[in-house]
Write a protein that binds this ligand. Structure first.
Ligand code: NAP
Length: 287
């Protein structure tokens, strides 16, 4: 029987700690951290993600503003709003909920967000800083994955970590974080030959694909740590992970559930990033 890595429980503990920090700011009559979330259109999944972020901010005490735009908004107007927020001293974090409608260039949107306020860590400047191991804002899901792993294995050095997926959002930054922890990292993708032979060597296996059932009991090493990032709605109307939980769980030592695994940790890390951006802006040290 594996230990279940309940991300929702760990996320609550992290948010409780962050709330204590914000309470201290209130007691000291300091300016409070503020996150602005921009939502374009009415995608139901995005609405849920934004509501969850707002709820987390409320819990921690971070001020939030949700700016909603019709899906027909022209790119120029969205960019102008981000520029205005870049100059607004009361704003510490800016997040544009993805995906944006096709007529808007998402790269241009991300590039416009000031690097110091880029709490999603997706601006190329933050991506580059992470690559060269300099202080920066790091994407939230990889940060959450690292916290989950460290909650059961503080010493990652020398471990074989295999990541399935190489996206800018999850796979690549997760690989970078684990490298910085001195793991030996293998990144797999859709062109990888004989996936099983690689994943079976993993002391830590991270599946970030979005293909339910991709990782079976034949893909895992006994006693491994398994982090299931994948989320995909199936015909049953439920969200499924990449890992066949029921058959993998008996073999491994630690495994995240889906849901209540990585998802809540992503939001907790957004709160952490917003406070980090706040502190860095307050100290005027930059990142
Ligand atoms: P993505 O951009 O679509 O990337 C998927 C990756 O999987 C790609 O690198 C792709 O390889 C690789 N891949 C596809 N089929 C494969 C196969 N058969 N074997 C090995 N690799 C394969 O997705 P993403 O944004 O990284 O997200 C991945 C999953 O995590 C999605 O289900 C997403 O919903 C979920 N997610 C969850 C959270 C959370 O907070 N819970 C956050 C972010 C994402 P190529 O590069 O060769 O195409």
């Amino acid at each position: 029987m594996a230990n279940i890595l309940w991300g929702n429980v760990l996320a609550e503990k992290i948010k409780d700690k962050l709330k204590e920090e914000v309470t201290l700011l209130v007691e000291q009559a300091k300016r409070l951290p503020k996150l602005v979330v921009i939502l374009v259109g009415k995608d139901p999944a995005s609405e849920v993600y934004v509501a969850n972020k707002q709820k987390a901010c409320l819990k921690v005490g971070i001020l939030t503003e949700i700016i909603r735009y019709d899906e027909k908004i022209v790119e120029h107007d969205l960019i102008s709003k981000i520029e205005e927020l870049n100059y607004d001293d009361s704003v510490d974090g800016i997040l544009v909920q993805m995906p944006v409608p096709k007529h808007i260039d998402s790269d241009k949107v991300i590039n416009t967000i000031l690097v110091e306020k880029d709490v999603d860590g997706l601006n190329p400047m933050n991506v580059g800083l992470l690559q060269i191991r300099k202080p920066c804002l790091i994407p939230c899901t990889p940060l959450g994955i690292l916290e989950l792993i460290k909650s059961v294995e503080p010493n990652i050095a020398g471990k074989n970590a295999v990541i399935v997926g190489r996206s800018n959002l999850v796979g690549l930054p997760t690989a970078q974080l684990l490298l910085q922890e001195n793991a030996t990292v293998t990144i797999c993708h859709s062109y990888t030959n004989d996936l099983k032979s690689l994943t079976r060597q993993a002391d830590i296996l991270i599946a970030a694909v979005g293909q339910p059932g991709l990782i079976t009991k034949d893909h895992v090493k006994p006693h491994a740590i398994i982090i299931d990032v994948g989320t995909k709605k199936q015909a049953d109307g439920k969200l499924h992970g990449d890992v066949l939980f029921d058959e993998v769980e008996p073999i491994v030592d630690h495994i995240t559930p889906m849901p209540k695994g990585v998802g809540p940790m992503t939001i907790a890390m957004l709160m952490k990033n917003t406070l980090k951006a706040y502190y860095q802006r307050e100290s005027k040290d930059g990142i």
